[in-house]
Write a protein that binds this ligand. Structure first.
Ligand SMILES: Cc1ncc(COP(=O)(O)O)c(C=O)c1O
Length: 416
């Protein structure tokens, strides 16, 4: 019976020390992804910058690793900002996003001195202008623009009704008002424009459509501005997903942008991207212990000791994953089963209808590519404790987040 190894360590050893469920990152794979972006996102025509979209998976350990590779980070809340500030990432590499930042969050960003704030709507700009005046502090501003393109997996749509909660439409009265507010104040500095068109995108055409729009807007400005194309680069969760890969995607993106800039005679100050998922998803594995099995007239269930509290994505938007029995990797996959979690929701199913070998109670099951939006979207539903997070490389294990304890769960409960 052969067993899964991650970073050179057998799954059973990892679990013996850290328990199940367990979030395991293959650190070498994380570093390969960081290196691929770093090497391929370069241009001779303009400076480039990569920000890790930390919402995908944020811990101090991850922030420090990202910083080792010279990346900046984008954050979207006081909590993400605080985590980044507590890590090795310098404050001038922190970029603050969000459609409804609170006054406290904006104050925190000013007081920390973040590199820039991505302004999402006209009310936010008015508040930013007041705060900058109060602090008598310069602040760089990017505008998140809604270009009316929504891209997911193999499809993208160009919408005529621009109704997203994110961003400002360039052609709108709101945007004109933003430019007026900017003109009438002295502390906010227009840095450039940002766009984020979606997630798990495989088709380059969606990016090209967004680039066309953005360049047409940049053309209206005399000075070169920064262009941030956001994140959303697709990853492989199952065999159905066929991403182009980091290098190829970056090459296409840079080549296309360069052509359009030349054709339209537009210069940019800097090109920025914000990959999240594509840096971390495939480097992450979740290990579970198999518990009971159950047969119904039409299904066989394998139950595992986790589920929607450690990975909400299948229940939330029918995300698909693949899995194996980590303690029996060579066995023939003869059983058509559904892998379900232990939480009190019928929708707590991790994987519908997949082939696995027969199992016994206590076997380990691995779900692949859980490194993005797993830990970061985890909850304490049913008063479950959040699993530990570990990085493994060359046979060495580093604990990144300790497993929550029952005592942790009650930390904020007030006992009368
Ligand atoms: C503004 C922005 N940038 C970057 C990302 C990261 O996207 P992904 O993890 O799909 O690369 C997101 C994700 O929601 C986002 O909203």
């Amino acid at each position: 019976m052969s067993e899964l190894k991650i970073g050179g360590v057998p799954a059973t050893n990892l679990v013996a020390q850290y328990g199940t469920p367990l979030y395991v990152y293959d650190q070498e794979q994380l570093e390969n992804n960081l290196q691929s972006y770093k090497q391929s996102f370069k241009s001779e025509k303009f400076p480039t910058k990569i920000l890790y979209a930390s919402k995908a998976f944020q811990t101090i350990g991850m922030m420090n690793l990202v910083h080792e590779y010279g990346f900046g980070v984008d954050v979207v809340s006081a909590g993400e900002l605080y985590t980044a500030l507590q890590s090795n990432v310098p404050v001038n590499k922190i970029h603050f996003h969000g459609n409804n930042k609170s006054t406290e969050e904006l104050r925190m960003a000013f007081e920390a001195g973040v590199e820039h704030i991505v302004c999402d709507n006209v009310m936010e700009l008015a508040e930013l202008s007041e705060l900058a005046k109060e602090y008598q502090q310069k602040m760089k501003i990017m505008f998140r623009l809604n270009v009316g393109i929504e891209a997911h997996t193999h499809e993208y749509i160009v919408t005529t009704h621009i109704d997203s909660k994110f961003g400002i439409a360039y052609e709108s009265d709101d945007f004109k008002e933003c430019l007026t507010i900017l003109d009438q104040q002295e502390y906010l500095v227009l840095e450039g424009f940002h766009v984020h068109i979606g997630s798990q995108i495989f088709e380059m055409d969606a990016w090209y459509a967004a680039i066309d729009k953005m360049v047409s807007y940049l053309k209206d400005f005399n000075e070169p501005l920064t262009l941030n194309l956001g994140g959303g680069f697709g990853v492989r969760y199952t065999e159905e997903d066929q991403p182009l890969g980091i290098e190829e995607t970056m090459n296409h993106l840079l080549t296309y942008l360069d052509e359009i800039l030349t054709k339209e005679e537009v210069s940019i100050k800097e090109l920025v991207i914000e990959p999240g998922r594509s840096l971390v998803a495939e480097a992450g594995y979740t290990l579970y212990e198999v518990g009971y099995q159950k047969k119904t007239p039409n299904k066989t269930y394998y139950f595992v000791d986790g589920g929607m509290a450690d990975n909400i994505r299948p229940s939330l938007y029918q995300a698909k994953y693949s899995c194996d029995i980590a303690t029996n990797m060579d066995a023939e996959k003869t059983e058509l089963v559904t892998v379900a979690g232990k939480y009190c929701e019928s929708g707590d199913v991790l994987i519908q209808d997949t082939y696995l070998p027969p199992v016994k109670k206590g076997d380990l099951l691995v779900v692949y590519a859980t490194g993005a939006y797993g830990y970061s979207m985890s909850s304490n539903y049913n008063r479950s404790t959040t699993p530990a997070v570990i990085f493994v490389k060359n046979g060495q294990v580093k604990e990144i987040v300790r497993r929550q304890t029952l005592v942790d769960l009650l930390r904020n409960d007030v006992r009368e």
